[in-house]
Design a protein. Structure first.
Length: 202
C-alpha cells in the first residue's frame, strides 16, 4: 500500500519570544528549517517538512496609572529601551494571566504599592516601539503598601501632573494627555466604575 504523502498543516499557536528579530528559524515539532510563506494576509514561518505553521503571538503589556491628589505615580526604568526615563509601572502579561491582576502584580513589584481598585482606561496599539504590540492601561487606586522601587524600576515617585520628568514611550505620553484632558473636563480626579484587581503581597 502506498504511503499517503499529503501534508496537513498544524495550526497550533506557539509562543515565540524572538518573532520580532527572526531568530526562530527551526520547527519546534521536527527540527527542520522554517521558511516564510504568506498565510491569511500575513507572512508566517512554515515548516516545509511537516507543515507546521509558527504563528506570531502578539506581545501584550499591562500598565497602571495611579493618580491621587493631583499627582501621578511614575517609575524610572532600569533597562533599555528608554533607560533612565520615566513611565507608568507595568510589564508583560504572562501566559494565562488575568490582565487586571497582571497590572496589580507589576505595580506591586515595581513600586511596593497594592492596588485596591481599578478600571480599564485604554487599550493602545504600539507599532513602532519594538516592545509590546498591545498595551492594556488601567486606572488604579492604592491605599496600602509602602512606596519603594523594585524589579525593573530604579526609582518610584509621585509627580504633579503638569510637572512630569522626561517620559519614556509615546504610549506613556498618550496616557498622560488622556488623564490631563479628563481632569480638565471633569474638574476632578478620574472616577472609578469598579473592577477588582487587588493583589495581596505574599
Amino acid at each position: 500500500m502506498n504511503e499517503d504523502k499529503t501534508k496537513v498543516k498544524n495550526t497550533e499557536h506557539d509562543i515565540s519570544p524572538n518573532h520580532k528579530n527572526g531568530t526562530d528559524n527551526f520547527c519546534s515539532k521536527c527540527g527542520a528549517r522554517l521558511v516564510k510563506e504568506p498565510n491569511n494576509h500575513a507572512t508566517y514561518r512554515t515548516c516545509q517538512s511537516c507543515g507546521h505553521v509558527r504563528y506570531q503571538e502578539a506581545k501584550v503589556a499591562v500598565t497602571t496609572a495611579i493618580y491621587s491628589h493631583d499627582k501621578l505615580l511614575l517609575v524610572k526604568r532600569r533597562y533599555p529601551p528608554e533607560k533612565d526615563k520615566w513611565s507608568l509601572p507595568g510589564g508583560y502579561l504572562n501566559p494565562h494571566e488575568d490582565p487586571a491582576l497582571a497590572a496589580a502584580r507589576e505595580t506591586l513589584e515595581e513600586t511596593g504599592l497594592i492596588i485596591d481598585n481599578c478600571k480599564l482606561l485604554d487599550v493602545l496599539y504600539n507599532p513602532e516601539q519594538g516592545g509590546a504590540d498591545i498595551t492594556i492601561v488601567y486606572l488604579g487606586v492604592s491605599s496600602s503598601g509602602q512606596l519603594k522601587a523594585g524589579d525593573d524600576a530604579t526609582a518610584a515617585d509621585f509627580f504633579q501632573i503638569d510637572e512630569l520628568p522626561e517620559l519614556a514611550f509615546s504610549s506613556t505620553r498618550h496616557i498622560v494627555e488622556t488623564l490631563q484632558r479628563s481632569i480638565l473636563e471633569n474638574r476632578q480626579e478620574p472616577g472609578f466604575g469598579g473592577g477588582n484587581c487587588e493583589l495581596q503581597s505574599k
